[in-house]
Write a protein that binds this ligand. Sequence first.
Ligand SMILES: [Zn+2]
Length: 566
Amino acid sequence: MFKRWLIILSAFIILVFSSTVCKRAPKEFDILIKNGKIVDGTGNPWFYGDIGIIDDTIVEIGSLDGREASKVIDAEGLVVCPGFIDTHTHCDMDIGQLDNNANLNYLTQGVTTVVTGNCGESVSLKVKETKSKWEKQGIGTNIVFLVGHGTIRREVIGEEPREASVEEIEKMKAILWQAMKEGAWGMSTGLEYIPGRYANTKELIELAKVVNEFGGIYTSHIRDEDTHILEAIKEIIRIGKESGVRVNVAHFKICGKENWGMMKDAVKLINEARVKGIYITADQYPYIQSAPIGPILSILEIPEDMMPLMELRRKMRGPKLTEEEREKLGEQYLDELKKALSNKSKRERIRKLTLEGLPNKPSAIAQWGWHNYTILVAEKNKHLMGKNISDLAREQKRDAFDIVVSLILDEPDMLYSGGSMSEEDLQLAIRQNWVMVSSDGSARPIIKEKEKPKRGHPRAYGSFTKVLRKYVREKRFLSLENAIRKMTSLPASLLQMRNRGLLLIGYKADIVIFDPETVRDNATYANCRQYSSGIEYVIIGGKISIERGQYTGTLNGKVLLLTKNI
Ligand SMILES: [Zn+2]
């Protein structure tokens, strides 16, 4: 009898002992962020508080004085908020390359999750395979994968300029269904591009219905961002209405000087649709210039058979060229281009292709017009900066093409942009509570210490930090809380992502800590490869990627999957 009691007693002691040992002492955190100004992502006013993290999750928020952690971050004077979610990037095109996989141009803006596969093009339709490939190699930020409609259509129809047959739509639906099943978050379209432009609204509605079955999103580079933008917005509203899917207007903007001011009509249309219960949002990058951006000589379109120009162009695109080799090829190209332009028949062919394009492939000028082409950076011709080519043609009473040719001969590396917006339109859009911040950029290689300034669009390096500097701190146009909501819970709500985008207990520890007095974008059109500053800490899934403003060299991202059992 006594023996039996002894066994029961010792079993009881072991049980009690093991339960206290196994249970983590409540005061232990992996990371404790103290004394920060917490902006939780909802848009509500900030409050002082501490955040406790265990593993990849936020486990406590409040006053955590006297609590211990393996790592304590003192955030005094700093803002603590959810990691930024960028709903519009093209990172999938580059992040598979070893030099780009850290996605440091985004981490340094405080972005912890990028949505990729936008404007109708995704690098792959195989979500699972891509996930394991990228995660094996390591990625610096989380990735949300969209399927490109253009990518699917190309697989089924190629680039033929025609509507899809019923069977072809069925084939496209099957490909899309499989990608959604594997964890894609939705479908993107690029309706100004080939082959997306050949799709009619019915095709898009049929595909959007598949996305809706999985609870995904439909995000679109709409059919027109210029003169016919209102029709293009009506089309996306119809797609949302008839398929039931949540829709998003990508890189919301009005291009072309003649159309400036139309933003108020575009906003009105969207507000009316929202009142009627359509889920429609938009994302926007905070710049009034769009891509393409490049040296002015690249405006010219060269016929495929015009040698040696085409051969030189191909060589220049080679991935393994040194900077010197690329420069040398550039000089050769310029010499040959000058020769071609002084030959009457060659110049005429270049003019025709640049102005018109091919029968089924209108040129950029034919689509967007000279009024979109603006001189961004010039040295010799500084007085032309900010002017667009059609204004110059009017002022000088000369043909626009001839003006471009003379500019090329005079200053060939002068930088142009192929789409221009107005600051008033931009500000009207950013004020809408359904417009989120995005970048439209991609994953760039890590900047080496000694690099020559590179001209180009700064948005991949500075979109989020530009909003915090310009529209929050300098212009006081957005409150800090509102701006952060546009970078966190608003995109998370579009995606219906249930564990990111807010600082809440149980949410993933994707957190940014920055200095509101110094945070800024440093990238410019004249020197676009410059990281932002003032982002002090970036934590992804409970792991520190940026510490005291410096990259820790770790790859803490994951490919996130949308999972719904169907
Ligand atoms: Zn686009």
